[in-house]
Ligand binder design. Structure first.
Ligand code: PLP
Length: 405
């Protein structure tokens, strides 16, 4: 029987192949250090957990909640944008709570896409950016992931060579997987372009608070006039170590927020009210929870770059996110990122995410997630050192290092 139309457009997750190999290595007794998925390992701060427990005691919270988010939660998100970015939002019309930013992004794609609409999407990027639109009947045209002076010319080519003209463009800075950060000047240029060409901007700011130098990542909504064309997504998952709670937001342009709110009103009743109450308390906090999470990732980042460097693998220090985007060492590059990732599991007991899982332009890289503690990251580096220094000798008749993809 033929696959369903939608399912045929969703290739099996590349990461599944790595996950399967990881599971079988573990079943065979290997101690795999898992730097693969971006699944935060830190516990949610106790104050937020306590708030959840308190709210759940009130039976009124056991009823269906509000799909767009309870008013106190939307007010807390608007206050966060004001404090952090100096952006004023109307919590009734410019803010909607989502079941994680991934759900919000995918349903925004569903809300705004007509069959055949073209979307400009970075490559490499977090998979839902492309597949949210593909599932909605859209067509994706790749643009570079790097926020440099090639970006606007690529957008211009995208407009010139797309029929129909692109509906939307996707930004994701700090980027998963590349960890690139965008400046406010960059956003000014993109907003000017989008306004001139009447293109929607969807900005994924999931890593707004995971940054390591003195310059916090800006919001595209800081650009005057951006609200006319842009919506931005943020997430509680990384900022407050709440990935399993499924809580995020879309904020910005009223027409777009209203479209998403309408679609969601048909699909869900919102997150469980105690989760929304606890999320509001988290956002209204004094910032110390966020600083603590950021500090832990920063130390892990430093340990990663230093220990991998000593192991003979120089990787650029990410300025933000919980990821390092590591070029595959020269002598393994022709294998491609999936084969290289499999080798790391089999011969170094280290799991990473193959760059190809984020798009074809990611295949010379692997992504390392900072989701194990410093001790385990150092252990991974020791394993890698052993692997890198003995691979040629050990693997020459297992796999040709000159094999071409
Ligand atoms: C760039 C980016 N956007 C969105 C998400 C999804 O976050 P959430 O848990 O809010 O759905 C992730 C998670 O890894 C991410 O890296």
């Amino acid at each position: 029987m033929e696959e369903f139309h939608k399912v045929r457009r969703l290739p099996p997750y590349v990461f599944e192949q790595v996950n399967r190999l990881k599971a079988s290595a573990r079943a065979a007794g290997a101690d795999i250090i898992d730097l693969g998925m971006g699944n935060p390992d830190l516990p949610t701060p106790q104050g937020i957990v306590d708030k959840l427990c308190e709210a759940v005691q009130d039976p009124r919270t056991h009823r269906y909640s509000s799909s767009k988010g309870i008013p106190g939660l939307r007010r807390a998100q608007a206050a966060y944008y004001d404090r952090r970015f100096g952006v004023k939002l109307n919590p009734d019309t410019q803010v909607v709570a989502t079941l994680g930013s991934k759900e919000g992004f995918a349903n925004m794609a569903q809300a705004i896409t007509a069959p055949g609409d073209v979307v400009l999407c970075p490559d490499p990027t977090y998979p839902i950016h492309a597949f949210g639109f593909i599932m909605s009947g859209g067509v994706v045209r790749s643009i570079p992931a790097m926020p440099d002076d090639q970006f606007i010319p690529a957008l211009e080519r995208g407009v010139r060579h797309s029929i129909p003209k692109p509906l939307a463009l996707i930004l994701n800075y700090p980027s998963n997987p590349t960890a690139h950060v965008a400046s406010l000047d960059f956003y000014k240029d993109v907003v000017a372009f989008a306004r001139k060409n009447e293109i929607i901007i969807l900005s994924d700011l999931a890593y707004s608070e995971i940054y390591f130098d003195d310059a916090p990542p800006p919001s595209v909504l800081q650009v005057p006039g951006a609200i006319d064309v842009a919506v931005e997504f943020t997430s509680m998952s990384k900022t407050f170590s709440m990935p399993g709670w499924r809580m995020g937001f879309a904020v910005g342009n009223e027409r777009l927020i209203s479209a998403l709110t309408r679609v969601k009103s048909y699909l869900d009743y919102g997150a469980f009210t105690p989760i929304q109450v606890a999320a509001a308390a988290a956002l209204n906090g004094d910032g110390s929870d966020i600083a603590e999470v950021r500090n832990i990732y920063k130390h892990r980042r430093d340990v990663l770059v230093e220990s991998f460097g000593r192991a003979g693998w120089d990787i650029p220090a990410p300025a933000a996110t919980m990821f390092a985007w590591a070029p595959i060492p020269e002598k393994f590059r022709s294998l491609g990122s999936l084969e290289f990732s499999k080798l790391l599991i089999e011969h170094a007991d280290v799991a990473v995410a193959p760059g190809i899982g984020f798009g074809e332009h990611g295949d010379d890289f692997i992504r390392v997630a900072l989701v194990e503690n410093e001790h385990r990251i150092r252990q991974a580096a020791r394993n890698l050192k052993r692997f890198l220094s003995t691979a040629e000798e050990k693997l020459h008749n297992v796999i040709s290092l000159n094999a071409h993809r």
